[in-house]
Design a protein. Structure first.
Length: 438
Protein backbone atom coordinates (compact mmCIF):
# COMPACT_ATOMS: atom_id res chain seq x y z
CA UNK A 1 0.00 0.00 0.00
CA UNK A 2 1.23 3.53 -0.68
CA UNK A 3 2.66 5.34 2.39
CA UNK A 4 -0.11 7.96 2.27
CA UNK A 5 -2.63 5.41 3.55
CA UNK A 6 -0.38 3.30 5.75
CA UNK A 7 0.44 3.24 9.46
CA UNK A 8 3.82 1.91 10.63
CA UNK A 9 2.64 -0.80 13.03
CA UNK A 10 0.54 -2.57 10.41
CA UNK A 11 3.12 -2.06 7.67
CA UNK A 12 5.74 -3.73 9.86
CA UNK A 13 3.72 -6.95 9.97
CA UNK A 14 4.12 -7.32 6.22
CA UNK A 15 7.76 -6.30 5.89
CA UNK A 16 10.26 -8.85 4.51
CA UNK A 17 12.16 -8.62 7.80
CA UNK A 18 9.10 -9.67 9.79
CA UNK A 19 8.27 -12.44 7.35
CA UNK A 20 11.75 -13.93 7.52
CA UNK A 21 11.76 -13.65 11.31
CA UNK A 22 8.54 -15.69 11.47
CA UNK A 23 9.96 -18.22 9.01
CA UNK A 24 12.99 -18.57 11.26
CA UNK A 25 10.91 -19.06 14.40
CA UNK A 26 8.82 -21.76 12.73
CA UNK A 27 11.92 -23.62 11.58
CA UNK A 28 13.60 -23.26 14.98
CA UNK A 29 10.55 -24.48 16.91
CA UNK A 30 10.21 -27.40 14.49
CA UNK A 31 13.83 -28.34 15.17
CA UNK A 32 13.15 -28.28 18.91
CA UNK A 33 10.21 -30.63 18.46
CA UNK A 34 12.23 -32.93 16.20
CA UNK A 35 14.97 -33.06 18.80
CA UNK A 36 12.42 -33.89 21.52
CA UNK A 37 11.30 -36.82 19.38
CA UNK A 38 14.89 -37.96 18.82
CA UNK A 39 14.66 -37.39 15.08
CA UNK A 40 17.54 -34.88 14.99
CA UNK A 41 20.42 -34.26 17.41
CA UNK A 42 19.70 -31.77 20.20
CA UNK A 43 22.87 -29.82 19.39
CA UNK A 44 21.62 -29.12 15.87
CA UNK A 45 18.39 -27.68 17.22
CA UNK A 46 20.34 -25.54 19.65
CA UNK A 47 22.60 -24.34 16.84
CA UNK A 48 19.56 -22.99 14.99
CA UNK A 49 18.61 -20.88 18.02
CA UNK A 50 22.04 -19.26 17.98
CA UNK A 51 20.70 -17.22 15.07
CA UNK A 52 17.88 -15.73 17.16
CA UNK A 53 19.50 -12.29 17.22
CA UNK A 54 20.54 -12.33 13.58
CA UNK A 55 19.31 -9.54 11.30
CA UNK A 56 18.45 -11.51 8.18
CA UNK A 57 19.79 -9.81 5.06
CA UNK A 58 16.83 -9.32 2.72
CA UNK A 59 19.08 -8.30 -0.18
CA UNK A 60 21.19 -11.45 0.28
CA UNK A 61 18.09 -13.67 0.33
CA UNK A 62 16.86 -11.97 -2.84
CA UNK A 63 20.27 -12.57 -4.42
CA UNK A 64 20.09 -16.27 -3.64
CA UNK A 65 16.49 -16.49 -4.86
CA UNK A 66 17.53 -14.96 -8.19
CA UNK A 67 19.50 -18.18 -8.72
CA UNK A 68 17.33 -20.78 -6.97
CA UNK A 69 14.00 -19.30 -8.12
CA UNK A 70 12.61 -20.49 -4.77
CA UNK A 71 12.04 -18.16 -1.82
CA UNK A 72 12.05 -20.71 0.99
CA UNK A 73 15.20 -22.42 -0.28
CA UNK A 74 16.85 -19.01 -0.57
CA UNK A 75 16.03 -18.29 3.07
CA UNK A 76 17.25 -21.68 4.26
CA UNK A 77 20.51 -21.17 2.37
CA UNK A 78 20.97 -17.80 4.02
CA UNK A 79 20.21 -19.31 7.45
CA UNK A 80 22.91 -21.93 6.84
CA UNK A 81 25.34 -19.11 6.10
CA UNK A 82 24.80 -17.90 9.66
CA UNK A 83 24.78 -21.15 11.62
CA UNK A 84 26.93 -23.35 9.36
CA UNK A 85 26.07 -26.01 6.80
CA UNK A 86 26.56 -28.92 9.20
CA UNK A 87 24.51 -27.30 11.96
CA UNK A 88 21.72 -26.50 9.44
CA UNK A 89 21.63 -30.05 8.08
CA UNK A 90 18.34 -30.94 9.78
CA UNK A 91 16.53 -27.63 9.34
CA UNK A 92 13.23 -28.10 7.44
CA UNK A 93 13.35 -31.84 8.19
CA UNK A 94 10.23 -33.50 6.71
CA UNK A 95 8.65 -30.14 5.96
CA UNK A 96 7.41 -28.56 2.75
CA UNK A 97 7.44 -24.91 1.76
CA UNK A 98 3.73 -24.46 2.42
CA UNK A 99 4.25 -25.46 6.03
CA UNK A 100 6.33 -22.32 6.45
CA UNK A 101 4.46 -20.04 4.07
CA UNK A 102 0.91 -20.80 5.18
CA UNK A 103 1.68 -20.86 8.88
CA UNK A 104 3.49 -17.53 8.52
CA UNK A 105 0.62 -15.95 6.59
CA UNK A 106 -1.81 -16.92 9.32
CA UNK A 107 0.48 -15.55 12.04
CA UNK A 108 0.55 -12.27 10.12
CA UNK A 109 -3.23 -12.23 9.65
CA UNK A 110 -3.77 -12.86 13.36
CA UNK A 111 -1.43 -10.02 14.26
CA UNK A 112 -3.16 -7.78 11.74
CA UNK A 113 -6.54 -8.73 13.19
CA UNK A 114 -5.38 -7.75 16.66
CA UNK A 115 -4.47 -4.28 15.40
CA UNK A 116 -7.78 -3.98 13.56
CA UNK A 117 -9.71 -5.03 16.67
CA UNK A 118 -7.98 -2.28 18.63
CA UNK A 119 -8.81 0.15 15.82
CA UNK A 120 -12.47 -0.83 16.00
CA UNK A 121 -12.44 -0.23 19.75
CA UNK A 122 -11.40 3.37 19.02
CA UNK A 123 -14.26 3.78 16.55
CA UNK A 124 -16.75 2.23 18.97
CA UNK A 125 -15.60 4.46 21.82
CA UNK A 126 -15.97 7.56 19.65
CA UNK A 127 -19.43 6.53 18.43
CA UNK A 128 -20.63 5.76 21.94
CA UNK A 129 -19.41 9.08 23.32
CA UNK A 130 -21.08 11.06 20.53
CA UNK A 131 -24.27 8.98 20.82
CA UNK A 132 -24.73 9.92 24.48
CA UNK A 133 -23.72 13.51 23.78
CA UNK A 134 -26.50 13.83 21.20
CA UNK A 135 -29.00 11.32 22.60
CA UNK A 136 -31.74 13.95 22.63
CA UNK A 137 -30.56 16.14 19.74
CA UNK A 138 -33.57 15.98 17.42
CA UNK A 139 -33.03 15.77 13.67
CA UNK A 140 -35.17 14.68 10.77
CA UNK A 141 -34.98 11.08 9.66
CA UNK A 142 -34.93 10.55 5.92
CA UNK A 143 -36.06 7.75 3.66
CA UNK A 144 -35.16 7.87 -0.03
CA UNK A 145 -33.37 11.11 0.83
CA UNK A 146 -36.72 12.73 1.66
CA UNK A 147 -37.89 14.00 5.06
CA UNK A 148 -39.64 11.18 6.92
CA UNK A 149 -40.11 11.54 10.70
CA UNK A 150 -38.08 12.95 13.60
CA UNK A 151 -35.25 10.95 15.12
CA UNK A 152 -32.17 12.01 17.10
CA UNK A 153 -28.52 12.40 16.22
CA UNK A 154 -27.79 10.11 19.15
CA UNK A 155 -29.77 7.33 17.49
CA UNK A 156 -27.78 7.87 14.31
CA UNK A 157 -24.52 7.40 16.20
CA UNK A 158 -26.01 4.46 18.13
CA UNK A 159 -27.02 2.54 15.04
CA UNK A 160 -23.52 2.98 13.61
CA UNK A 161 -22.14 1.77 16.94
CA UNK A 162 -24.30 -1.37 16.77
CA UNK A 163 -23.20 -2.02 13.19
CA UNK A 164 -19.52 -1.64 14.06
CA UNK A 165 -19.97 -3.83 17.14
CA UNK A 166 -21.31 -6.58 14.87
CA UNK A 167 -18.30 -6.08 12.61
CA UNK A 168 -15.98 -6.48 15.58
CA UNK A 169 -17.65 -9.74 16.57
CA UNK A 170 -17.29 -10.99 13.01
CA UNK A 171 -13.62 -10.07 13.00
CA UNK A 172 -13.08 -11.95 16.26
CA UNK A 173 -14.58 -15.04 14.67
CA UNK A 174 -12.58 -14.55 11.48
CA UNK A 175 -9.40 -14.18 13.55
CA UNK A 176 -10.15 -17.43 15.33
CA UNK A 177 -10.94 -19.15 12.04
CA UNK A 178 -7.67 -18.13 10.40
CA UNK A 179 -5.48 -18.81 13.46
CA UNK A 180 -4.36 -22.25 12.33
CA UNK A 181 -0.99 -23.63 11.32
CA UNK A 182 0.18 -26.62 9.32
CA UNK A 183 3.46 -28.53 9.62
CA UNK A 184 2.26 -31.68 7.86
CA UNK A 185 4.74 -32.13 5.01
CA UNK A 186 4.13 -32.95 1.38
CA UNK A 187 0.40 -33.39 0.56
CA UNK A 188 -0.36 -33.07 4.28
CA UNK A 189 -0.03 -36.73 5.28
CA UNK A 190 2.66 -36.35 8.00
CA UNK A 191 4.53 -39.16 6.23
CA UNK A 192 7.91 -37.57 6.94
CA UNK A 193 7.13 -35.57 10.06
CA UNK A 194 5.35 -36.39 13.28
CA UNK A 195 2.08 -34.52 14.04
CA UNK A 196 3.63 -33.64 17.41
CA UNK A 197 5.93 -31.23 15.56
CA UNK A 198 2.92 -29.36 14.20
CA UNK A 199 1.33 -29.23 17.64
CA UNK A 200 4.53 -27.84 19.17
CA UNK A 201 5.08 -25.20 16.48
CA UNK A 202 1.46 -24.05 16.54
CA UNK A 203 1.49 -23.73 20.34
CA UNK A 204 4.62 -21.61 20.16
CA UNK A 205 3.23 -19.41 17.37
CA UNK A 206 -0.17 -18.87 19.01
CA UNK A 207 -2.09 -21.00 16.52
CA UNK A 208 -4.16 -24.19 16.51
CA UNK A 209 -3.17 -27.15 14.33
CA UNK A 210 -5.12 -27.30 11.09
CA UNK A 211 -7.26 -30.50 11.31
CA UNK A 212 -6.52 -31.46 7.70
CA UNK A 213 -4.31 -29.36 5.52
CA UNK A 214 -3.54 -31.31 2.33
CA UNK A 215 -0.35 -29.43 1.45
CA UNK A 216 -1.91 -26.04 2.17
CA UNK A 217 -4.22 -24.63 4.79
CA UNK A 218 -7.75 -24.53 3.29
CA UNK A 219 -8.46 -21.15 1.75
CA UNK A 220 -12.08 -20.95 2.84
CA UNK A 221 -10.62 -19.66 6.11
CA UNK A 222 -8.90 -16.80 4.32
CA UNK A 223 -11.96 -16.10 2.18
CA UNK A 224 -14.00 -15.57 5.34
CA UNK A 225 -11.28 -13.34 6.79
CA UNK A 226 -11.16 -11.02 3.79
CA UNK A 227 -14.94 -11.07 3.40
CA UNK A 228 -15.16 -9.84 6.98
CA UNK A 229 -12.73 -7.02 6.21
CA UNK A 230 -14.94 -6.15 3.23
CA UNK A 231 -18.06 -5.94 5.39
CA UNK A 232 -16.27 -3.71 7.91
CA UNK A 233 -15.14 -1.49 5.05
CA UNK A 234 -18.74 -1.23 3.87
CA UNK A 235 -19.78 -0.15 7.37
CA UNK A 236 -17.10 2.54 7.26
CA UNK A 237 -18.54 3.75 3.98
CA UNK A 238 -22.05 3.69 5.44
CA UNK A 239 -20.97 6.13 8.15
CA UNK A 240 -18.93 8.22 5.72
CA UNK A 241 -21.88 8.61 3.34
CA UNK A 242 -24.12 9.88 6.15
CA UNK A 243 -21.54 12.47 7.18
CA UNK A 244 -21.01 13.54 3.58
CA UNK A 245 -24.74 14.10 3.23
CA UNK A 246 -24.94 16.07 6.46
CA UNK A 247 -22.12 18.35 5.28
CA UNK A 248 -23.85 19.35 2.05
CA UNK A 249 -24.34 23.12 2.00
CA UNK A 250 -28.13 22.95 1.81
CA UNK A 251 -28.19 20.49 4.74
CA UNK A 252 -25.22 21.40 6.99
CA UNK A 253 -26.33 19.41 10.00
CA UNK A 254 -22.74 18.37 10.72
CA UNK A 255 -19.33 18.71 9.13
CA UNK A 256 -15.82 17.40 9.41
CA UNK A 257 -13.57 19.48 11.64
CA UNK A 258 -11.86 22.17 9.54
CA UNK A 259 -8.48 22.86 11.09
CA UNK A 260 -6.72 26.24 11.21
CA UNK A 261 -4.80 26.78 7.98
CA UNK A 262 -6.71 24.07 6.13
CA UNK A 263 -7.68 24.88 2.55
CA UNK A 264 -10.77 23.47 0.86
CA UNK A 265 -10.13 24.31 -2.78
CA UNK A 266 -7.27 25.60 -4.92
CA UNK A 267 -9.75 27.79 -6.81
CA UNK A 268 -12.53 28.69 -4.34
CA UNK A 269 -11.36 29.96 -0.95
CA UNK A 270 -14.80 29.54 0.63
CA UNK A 271 -14.89 25.74 0.29
CA UNK A 272 -14.99 23.33 3.27
CA UNK A 273 -15.20 19.92 1.65
CA UNK A 274 -15.83 16.52 3.31
CA UNK A 275 -12.48 15.24 2.09
CA UNK A 276 -11.87 12.74 4.88
CA UNK A 277 -15.16 10.91 4.48
CA UNK A 278 -14.85 11.01 0.70
CA UNK A 279 -11.43 9.43 1.18
CA UNK A 280 -12.98 6.78 3.43
CA UNK A 281 -15.50 5.92 0.72
CA UNK A 282 -12.61 5.33 -1.66
CA UNK A 283 -10.57 3.33 0.83
CA UNK A 284 -13.58 1.08 1.48
CA UNK A 285 -13.62 0.24 -2.22
CA UNK A 286 -9.96 -0.75 -2.05
CA UNK A 287 -10.54 -3.10 0.87
CA UNK A 288 -13.50 -4.73 -0.87
CA UNK A 289 -11.29 -5.37 -3.90
CA UNK A 290 -9.71 -8.19 -1.88
CA UNK A 291 -12.94 -10.10 -1.30
CA UNK A 292 -13.60 -11.68 -4.69
CA UNK A 293 -9.96 -12.78 -5.26
CA UNK A 294 -9.97 -14.34 -1.78
CA UNK A 295 -13.14 -16.25 -2.68
CA UNK A 296 -11.56 -17.42 -5.93
CA UNK A 297 -8.51 -18.69 -4.02
CA UNK A 298 -10.62 -21.37 -2.33
CA UNK A 299 -10.62 -23.63 -5.38
CA UNK A 300 -7.11 -25.05 -5.78
CA UNK A 301 -5.89 -28.03 -7.78
CA UNK A 302 -5.75 -31.31 -5.84
CA UNK A 303 -3.54 -31.04 -2.76
CA UNK A 304 -1.73 -27.86 -3.75
CA UNK A 305 -1.11 -25.23 -6.40
CA UNK A 306 0.22 -21.69 -6.13
CA UNK A 307 -2.51 -19.76 -7.95
CA UNK A 308 -3.47 -18.25 -4.59
CA UNK A 309 0.05 -17.14 -3.71
CA UNK A 310 0.43 -14.08 -5.93
CA UNK A 311 -3.07 -12.93 -4.93
CA UNK A 312 -2.35 -13.15 -1.21
CA UNK A 313 0.99 -11.36 -1.55
CA UNK A 314 -1.08 -8.40 -2.73
CA UNK A 315 -4.38 -8.52 -0.89
CA UNK A 316 -3.12 -9.48 2.57
CA UNK A 317 -0.97 -6.41 3.16
CA UNK A 318 -3.08 -4.05 1.07
CA UNK A 319 -6.44 -4.88 2.65
CA UNK A 320 -5.20 -4.92 6.25
CA UNK A 321 -3.03 -1.80 5.91
CA UNK A 322 -5.83 0.11 4.17
CA UNK A 323 -8.49 -0.92 6.69
CA UNK A 324 -6.19 -0.04 9.59
CA UNK A 325 -5.71 3.44 8.18
CA UNK A 326 -9.41 3.86 7.40
CA UNK A 327 -10.58 2.84 10.87
CA UNK A 328 -8.19 5.27 12.53
CA UNK A 329 -9.24 8.05 10.19
CA UNK A 330 -12.90 7.29 10.90
CA UNK A 331 -12.34 7.41 14.66
CA UNK A 332 -10.79 10.86 14.28
CA UNK A 333 -13.62 12.10 12.08
CA UNK A 334 -16.25 10.99 14.60
CA UNK A 335 -14.36 12.40 17.59
CA UNK A 336 -14.03 15.83 15.98
CA UNK A 337 -17.30 15.93 14.01
CA UNK A 338 -18.93 19.35 14.36
CA UNK A 339 -22.69 18.98 14.92
CA UNK A 340 -25.22 21.78 14.32
CA UNK A 341 -28.44 21.11 16.32
CA UNK A 342 -29.97 24.43 15.25
CA UNK A 343 -29.64 23.52 11.59
CA UNK A 344 -31.21 20.14 12.31
CA UNK A 345 -34.30 21.85 13.72
CA UNK A 346 -34.35 24.35 10.88
CA UNK A 347 -34.26 21.57 8.29
CA UNK A 348 -36.96 19.60 10.09
CA UNK A 349 -39.26 22.62 10.12
CA UNK A 350 -38.56 23.53 6.52
CA UNK A 351 -41.90 22.09 5.45
CA UNK A 352 -43.88 23.46 8.38
CA UNK A 353 -45.03 20.43 10.32
CA UNK A 354 -45.30 18.09 7.33
CA UNK A 355 -43.26 15.37 9.05
CA UNK A 356 -46.10 14.77 11.54
CA UNK A 357 -48.40 13.37 8.84
CA UNK A 358 -48.38 9.79 10.12
CA UNK A 359 -49.51 10.84 13.61
CA UNK A 360 -52.49 12.62 12.11
CA UNK A 361 -53.25 9.65 9.86
CA UNK A 362 -53.24 7.24 12.82
CA UNK A 363 -55.31 9.60 14.96
CA UNK A 364 -57.98 9.80 12.26
CA UNK A 365 -58.20 6.02 12.01
CA UNK A 366 -58.44 5.80 15.80
CA UNK A 367 -61.27 8.33 15.62
CA UNK A 368 -63.28 6.05 13.33
CA UNK A 369 -62.25 7.29 9.87
CA UNK A 370 -61.37 4.53 7.38
CA UNK A 371 -57.69 4.28 6.54
CA UNK A 372 -58.36 5.11 2.90
CA UNK A 373 -60.28 8.26 3.79
CA UNK A 374 -57.78 9.22 6.48
CA UNK A 375 -54.91 8.90 4.02
CA UNK A 376 -56.79 11.00 1.47
CA UNK A 377 -57.49 13.75 4.00
CA UNK A 378 -53.93 13.92 5.27
CA UNK A 379 -52.36 13.76 1.83
CA UNK A 380 -54.72 16.44 0.54
CA UNK A 381 -53.42 18.87 3.14
CA UNK A 382 -49.82 17.66 2.90
CA UNK A 383 -49.69 18.45 -0.82
CA UNK A 384 -50.54 22.07 -0.06
CA UNK A 385 -47.38 22.23 2.02
CA UNK A 386 -45.29 20.73 -0.77
CA UNK A 387 -46.79 22.77 -3.57
CA UNK A 388 -47.82 26.06 -1.96
CA UNK A 389 -45.57 26.35 1.10
CA UNK A 390 -48.59 26.19 3.41
CA UNK A 391 -48.44 25.32 7.12
CA UNK A 392 -49.56 21.74 7.67
CA UNK A 393 -51.20 22.26 11.06
CA UNK A 394 -53.04 25.36 9.84
CA UNK A 395 -54.38 23.47 6.84
CA UNK A 396 -55.57 20.60 9.02
CA UNK A 397 -57.32 22.97 11.40
CA UNK A 398 -59.09 24.54 8.44
CA UNK A 399 -60.24 21.24 6.93
CA UNK A 400 -63.83 20.53 7.97
CA UNK A 401 -63.54 16.80 7.34
CA UNK A 402 -60.47 16.59 9.58
CA UNK A 403 -61.95 18.68 12.39
CA UNK A 404 -65.12 16.62 12.24
CA UNK A 405 -63.04 13.73 13.56
CA UNK A 406 -60.37 15.49 15.60
CA UNK A 407 -60.63 18.50 17.93
CA UNK A 408 -58.17 21.40 17.58
CA UNK A 409 -56.48 20.26 20.80
CA UNK A 410 -56.10 16.74 19.43
CA UNK A 411 -54.59 18.09 16.21
CA UNK A 412 -52.25 20.37 18.20
CA UNK A 413 -51.05 17.44 20.28
CA UNK A 414 -49.98 15.56 17.16
CA UNK A 415 -47.18 18.11 16.62
CA UNK A 416 -45.34 17.33 19.86
CA UNK A 417 -41.70 16.40 19.08
CA UNK A 418 -41.35 14.51 22.34
CA UNK A 419 -43.66 11.83 21.02
CA UNK A 420 -40.97 10.71 18.59
CA UNK A 421 -38.18 10.47 21.15
CA UNK A 422 -39.99 8.72 24.00
CA UNK A 423 -38.30 5.37 23.38
CA UNK A 424 -34.75 6.64 22.83
CA UNK A 425 -33.67 5.35 26.26
CA UNK A 426 -35.07 1.93 25.46
CA UNK A 427 -33.10 1.78 22.22
CA UNK A 428 -29.93 2.96 23.96
CA UNK A 429 -30.33 0.24 26.58
CA UNK A 430 -30.57 -2.33 23.80
CA UNK A 431 -27.44 -1.04 22.09
CA UNK A 432 -25.21 -0.13 25.04
CA UNK A 433 -26.72 -2.16 27.88
CA UNK A 434 -28.82 -0.97 30.78
CA UNK A 435 -25.89 0.82 32.40
CA UNK A 436 -24.28 2.06 29.20
CA UNK A 437 -21.81 -0.85 29.13
CA UNK A 438 -21.08 -2.92 26.06
Amino acid sequence: MIPRYARPEMVAIWSPETKFRIWYEIEAHACDAQADLGVIPRENAEAVWRAKDVEFDVARIDEIEAVTKHDVIAFLTHLAEHIGAEEARFVHQGMTSSDVLDTTLNVQLVRAADILLADMDKVLAALKKRAYEHKDTVRIGRSHGIHAEPTTMGLTFARFYAEMARGRERLLRAREDVATGAISGAVGTFANIDPAVEEHVCAKMGLSPEPISTQVIPRDRHAMFFATLGVIASSIENIAIEIRHMQRTEVLEAEEYFSPGQKGSSAMPHKRNPVLTENLTGLARLVRMAVVPAMENVALWHERDISHSSVERGIAPDATITLDFALNRLAGVIEKLVVYPENMLKNMNKFKGLVMSQRVLLALTQAGVSREDAYRLVQRNAMKVWEQGADFKTELLGDAEVTAALSPAEIEEKFDLGYHTKHVDTIFARVFGENGAH
